[in-house]
Design a protein around this ligand. Structure first.
Ligand code: SAM
Ligand code: SF4
Length: 362
């Protein structure tokens, strides 16, 4: 145990010293902040650090997914350099996601090295979205590296249902992770994808459980990303219906609370807790979009709902200086589209986009 901790610490120190050689701004003209053609300031970067996962959630992946060859992945040092270039350009919130970020080997080295931007004040928040399966191992290190809040995805409190939604997951393990994170004082928001006929009867109990534990809950509409083994139409539950049903049981008070993400929040009067709705289908939230998404191969997606992407790996590897990288980021942001237009109905049964959510992260 001791030996493993020492080994990990050594690895951490190695990356920290490697990356300290990577200047925050590696030269080139001083980086301009990122404003898109619709005058939206881009201040939030989500990074999918791996496309791999230890679950196979039915709405996210097919059971027999093909993953990228490991050789195609950017190294942790490269991910650090890319993230730092965005921070130099005004990004103040970084979310590590995936696939499952905590299954990427050495992930804590990246978290630890990125935490220098928290210490410098350039970054307001370093956070993560995780399925919670490895959280019991990493909660303390996340906290020690300045992570204050995390999102944990959990669609049901029923162990059998959990296994059938995630195909490979173990609810008890995730619960142990949530307990460990809470014991460390990490704030937790639970993300729940609303699935027709699967967990719609559990939304009220998830509200009561999360709020009873001092956690926020966000409900998400299923999005038509990537081929999966079932029909999206069978899964899709519009949140307009969920909200109307909840209003029969609870008092929902609209509040201004924002976390920099797409959720719109209400306070549930009876529990005193917050409930978020992420509604890419029934209510498009693109007008206030402040985000872009980076994949583990260095592709930058300017919109979750569009195909266009910019290759940042080439300019990253082309030079030790960040000049090419900054120009490539500027060009990409100049192409950020106004928004997406997802539809799930009988006429649109194919995925809106071929890539899975695990490629770009949630
Ligand atoms: C792709 S996962 C990556 C991080 C981590 N593995 C997890 O599950 O939290 C991020 C979020 O996207 C959600 N998600 C995945 N596929 C989705 C889809 N097709 N529609 C809506 N949400 C989806 C997941 O429930 C999760 O909350
Ligand atoms: S939603 Fe997260 S945990 Fe589930 S398969 Fe996708 S990446 Fe893995």
């Amino acid at each position: 145990m001791m030996k493993r901790a020492t080994k990990r610490m050594h690895r951490d120190m190695t990356l920290a010293s490697d990356t300290s050689a990577i200047d925050f701004d590696r030269g080139g003209s001083s980086p301009q902040s990122l404003i898109d053609p619709f005058q939206r300031a881009i201040t939030y970067l989500r990074v999918s650090v791996t496309d791999r996962c230890d679950f196979r959630c039915v709405y996210c992946m097919s059971e027999h997914m093909t993953f990228l060859p490991k050789a195609d992945l950017l190294t942790l040092e490269e991910l650090d350099r890319l993230c730092s270039a965005f921070v130099a350009k005004g990004v103040n919130k970084l979310r590590l996601t995936g696939g499952e970020p905590l299954v990427r080997r050495g992930i804590m080295t990246l978290v630890s090295s990125l935490s220098r931007h928290l210490a410098s004040g350039a970054l307001k928040e370093l956070t993560m979205t995780t399925n919670g399966s490895q959280l019991h191992k990493y909660a303390a290190e996340l906290k020690a590296n300045g992570v204050r809040r995390i999102n944990v995805s959990l669609d049901t409190l029923n162990a059998d249902k959990f296994r059938s939604i995630t195909r490979w997951g173990d609810l008890e393990n995730v619960m142990a992770g949530i307990d460990a994170a809470q014991a460390e004082g990490l704030e937790i928001k639970i993300n729940m994808v609303a699935l027709k006929g699967v967990n719609e009867d559990e939304i009220a109990s998830l509200i009561e459980w999360t709020h009873g534990q001092g956690m926020d809950l966000t409900i998400i509409e299923v999005m038509p990303l990537g081929d999966i083994d079932e029909s999206r139409l069978d899964q899709y539950l519009p949140l307009s219906i969920v909200r109307a049903r909840l209003a029969e049981r609870f008092t929902l008070e609209d509040i201004d609370y924002r976390t920099g993400g797409p959720a719109r929040y209400v306070r549930i009067k009876e529990t005193g807790g917050r409930l978020g709705f992420i509604t890419p289908l029934t209510h498009n939230f693109c007008e206030s979009c402040n985000r872009v998404r980076l994949t583990c191969t260095g592709m930058l997606f300017m919109c979750l709902g569009q195909n266009d992407a910019a290759d940042l790996r080439k300019p990253l590897r082309a030079s030790e200086s960040n000049e090419f990288l900054y120009s490539a980021i500027d060009e990409a942001i100049a192409r950020k589209p106004k928004g997406h237009d997802f539809v799930i109905d009988r006429r649109h049964l194919k995925p809106a986009l071929p890539r899975h959510m695990s490629m770009t992260g949630g």
